[in-house]
Write a protein that binds this ligand. Structure first.
Ligand code: ATP
Ligand code: ZN
Ligand code: ZN
Length: 802
């Protein structure tokens, strides 16, 4: 008898452990860990999905185990490493294991899809029997176990493969291609019968005769690479000399193939970094490096050369970058060096494209994966190096369940794969820098820019000065002058409008009325392109009102990103300047973000104006000026990371200026010219900022001196929410020592979302061995409350507190 341990797709606390099922004799060879199966669950006839975690010979269970009904996947979709990771992840993030397992798969495999058996060895008699002369066989629940076993056997012998196809959406692009039933002699005979002046036909047949082994060849290839026209193909087809077939081709998300690059001669600082990391790769030493390298110090080249090192040792490499930095520029740098060996995963891909990339990784067709947060789950084998660029970015933490931080997952995978992790940033997170201070991470500093270029000269403009407060718009005389000079020199400028949120809202200019969501405590976002008002929390939408619902005035204004307004001011001040604007409105369309950057990179504009999304990673040699309109906005956040975020933002954006031959200049406009975050950013002085900020965190008992856990509760009834929150606090108190600090309950900044009220409790602690257990118990005990509409969320080390 064999038994499978299965995590079932019933996300409740009671089912958050494996259940045992009998593997029927007929499926005994088929069921393996990492595969999804269908099993009966509960008393009724309900069938649900589950992941096979383990297969064993016997069970301690006394009664009769229910059998697995059928297999959903014919090959494992998750490796042993991933299964192992799911235990840890569920525990760390207080989430259901089933959600963790599902998070690791590309969304295609979570959504609706079809599965097909496709032949590898077409002429094999057994394959022919299985497919009964069809091109493929769909795997449905109607197939009996015997057939499933048969498929499995052929798959193991590499005679067939299994492919997933998204419902109603072909995963593969079909292309027209040419093939022929004629052999070489027949082709030459046919050719000799042609008239002498039928040159294109002669050429085509000669070509086919020479390339018989390579058929079918795509129309496109014949046209582009060999100058054979479509009409020539059609004529030959009419005469029965060739035929057209459809071939499938995997989509390649990287549109343009970038030019091949080779390694650069390293600076001495880069060399030190490359040597140390290479050593760890060779020694299979799972240590973590923190590269603290000023903007423009050439961290990317260090990444590329260490990746190369891993590949030379027959290993693979994983590189994470923030979603917003997944621009053609970054992708091209990696693809330019490693070509076809690279898979790219980002949110701009369609589900099908994402699946294609995932398959290439899974089939060991690629050696390097570049991607945003969720790429940390890429099914790479034998990882030799993991890189996390811009490691301070908050977007590496997922906002929703499972609330994982990609850095933690990377460290876990590094241990299992015995490989180093490289965290890189010009402005490391305080946590990482503090760990380096303690010797947990190995610190590598790169203090110089490439070409010994100086860091940009930064000017702080005090907006409280009479000269500046007198100007009408948002541009101080100093910034105006600098912009004019940059235009005169034919150089480029970047102008940052520091924004808190990213949305624009509607307000009545007569009475001040703001259109809000009926379900949430937020203003509705104005979508200019769709002419609609939308709520980003609950999805509520309505048309743009043409008069104020409150006072019926027609004077309705749209406020928010403010970038449009700033753009207007730029146009008025510098009528000849070409301005590109980058904000939520101009980047909503797929690929728009990349396109704007490409245009700017080709110097088709003089000024790039944008929100936070233009602050990082950009490397344009002609940018000599960076202007920051309002440095203070992020400072006023209630979050204890407000100073850190402001320092990071200003340092990063300043770092865009003067990266190549020309010296850079930065103008920062602020109402807090004496704030240390602004002063240190102006000097690009991370170390001084770090010391000051550490001192303040120590004073107020925050990260990295204390661990932080955020517990929040939500319900439709505000009174009930508050009651539950106080109950939670009491529960926590019983598990905590007197050294722990409990804050709250307090309403969150947006206190109502989707008609639910939110209250939060913050736990700050150093060493509370009972806390983790107690939180899990609380989740368990409050399960029944979920039915009454209570939601309890636990966020370990939250990135935002509001
Ligand atoms: N050894 C080298 N020789 C010549 N040029 C180099 C060398 N290393 C890097 N560069 C160039 O220097 C520029 C800056 O490098 P890179 O973009 O990697 O900086 P960075 O450290 O990532 O900075 P940031 O944190 O601001 O993104 C790039 O244009 C890169 O091609
Ligand atoms: Zn009004
Ligand atoms: Zn809403």
């Amino acid at each position: 008898m064999s038994v499978a341990e299965i995590i079932v797709d019933v996300p409740t606390m009671q089912t958050n452990r494996p259940f045992e099922y009998d593997i029927p004799e007929s499926l005994s060879e088929v069921v393996v860990p990492g595969m999804r199966v269908e099993v009966p669950f509960g008393r009724g006839k309900r069938k649900i999905q589950g992941f096979v975690m383990k297969v064993k010979d016997s069970s301690d269970f006394q009664g009769k185990l229910k059998p697995i009904t059928r297999v959903i996947d014919l090959k494992p979709v998750l490796s042993k490493e991933m299964l192992q990771l799911s235990y840890w992840l569920a525990d760390q993030t207080y989430s259901f294991q089933i959600s963790c397992l599902q998070t690791m798969l590309p969304s295609v495999m979570r959504a609706k899809y079809q599965q097909f058996v496709i032949p590898i060895v077409k002429d094999d008699p057994e394959v022919k029997v299985l497919l009964s002369n069809q091109d493929s066989l769909e795997i449905t629940s109607a197939l009996d176990d015997q057939t499933i076993r048969f498929i499995n056997k052929l798959r193991k012998n590499n005679k067939v493969d299994i492919q997933y196809v998204v419902k109603n959406k072909a995963v593969q692009v079909k292309r027209q291609a040419v093939t022929t039933d004629l052999n070489v002699i027949q082709l030459h005979e046919a050719k000799s019968k042609l008239r002498k002046n039928a040159s294109s036909q002669i050429k085509l047949l000669a070509f086919l005769a020479d390339h018989l082994q390579e058929l079918p060849i795509e129309y496109n290839v014949l046209e582009k690479d060999h100058g054979i026209s479509r009409s020539a193909i059609k004529t030959a087809e009419k005469n029965g000399l060739l035929k057209t077939v459809e071939v499938t081709k995997l989509r390649k998300p990287v549109g343009i193939t970038p030019e091949q690059t080779t390694k650069l001669a390293l600076t001495s600082e880069q060399q030190v970094a490359v040597d140390e990391i290479s050593q760890a790769i060779t020694n299979e030493d799972p240590q973590t490096f923190l590269i603290e390298g000023v903007t423009g110090s050439g961290k990317t080249e260090v990444y590329l050369q260490t990746i190369k090192k891993a590949l030379q040792q027959d290993k693979t490499a994983l590189m994470l970058v923030p979603e917003i930095s997944l621009t053609p520029q970054m992708v091209n740098r990696v693809v330019g060096r490693f070509g076809d060996q690279v898979a790219v995963l980002h949110s701009g891909l369609s589900n099908g494209e994402r699946y294609d990339e995932w398959t290439r990784i899974e089939n060991n067709e690629v050696k390097v994966v570049v991607g945003a947060r969720s790429a940390v789950f890429a099914p790479l084998n034998k990882i030799g190096l993991i890189i996390i660029d811009e490691e301070h970015e908050a977007s590496y933490k997922q906002d929703d369940n499972p609330r994982y931080h990609a850095r933690d997952v990377a460290l876990w995978r590094a241990k299992v794969n015995k490989c180093p992790v490289v965290l890189g940033s010009a402005t490391p997170s305080l946590e990482s820098r503090a760990r380096a201070e303690k010797g947990v991470y190995h610190l590598i500093r790169m203090k110089k820019r490439i070409n010994n270029q100086t860091l940009p000269h930064v000017q702080i403009v005090d907006m409280r000065d009479s000269e500046n407060s007198a100007v009408k718009g948002d541009f101080s005389p100093t910034l105006q002058k600098s912009l004019q000079e940059t235009l005169d020199n034919h150089d480029q400028s970047i102008v940052l409008l520091n924004r808190r949120g990213y949305s624009s809202f509607m307000m009545c200019r007569e009475c001040g009325f703001v259109l809000k969501c009926p379900n949430c405590d937020v203003s509705l976002t104005y979508h200019k392109d769709l002419r609609r008002m939308k709520c980003h929390y609950c999805g509520h939408e309505e048309p743009v009102p043409n008069m104020c619902p409150n006072c019926h005035s027609k004077k309705i204004g749209f406020y928010g990103t403010g970038t449009q307004n700033i753009e207007q001011q730029l146009n008025d001040l510098f009528p000849k300047a070409r301005v590109l604007r980058m904000d939520v409105d101009t980047t909503r369309r797929k690929g728009a973000h990349a396109k704007i950057l490409q245009q700017f990179g080709q110097h088709k504009a003089d000024i790039l104006l944008g929100t936070q999304m233009i602050a990082k990673g950009l490397d344009f040699p002609d940018v000599t000026l960076v202007g920051v309109i309002n440095a203070d906005t992020t400072l006023s956040l209630s979050d204890y990371r407000a100073s850190e975020r402001t320092f990071q933002l200003l340092t990063q954006v300043s770092g865009r200026a003067g990266r190549a031959q020309k010296t850079g200049h930065v103008v920062i406009q602020t109402f807090n010219p004496d704030h240390y975050a602004i002063k240190d950013a102006a000097k690009q002085d991370y170390e001084t900022f770090f010391k000051q900020e550490m001192y303040l965190r120590h004073q107020s008992n925050y990260t990295p001196y204390y661990f932080t856990t955020l517990v929040s509760v939500a319900n439709q009834d505000e009174g009930q929410t508050l009651k539950q929150a106080y109950w939670l606090k009491k529960q926590l108190q019983t598990a905590l020592s007197k050294d722990a600090i409990l804050l709250g309950p307090s309403p969150t900044m947006i206190s109502r979302k989707q008609n639910k009220y939110y209250y939060q409790i913050i736990v700050k602690y150093k060493h509370e061995p009972k806390l983790h257990e107690r939180l899990l118990e609380i989740l368990n005990e409050t399960q029944a409350d979920a039915k009454k509409g209570f939601t309890i969320a636990i966020d370990n080390e939250p990135q935002h507190i509001d």
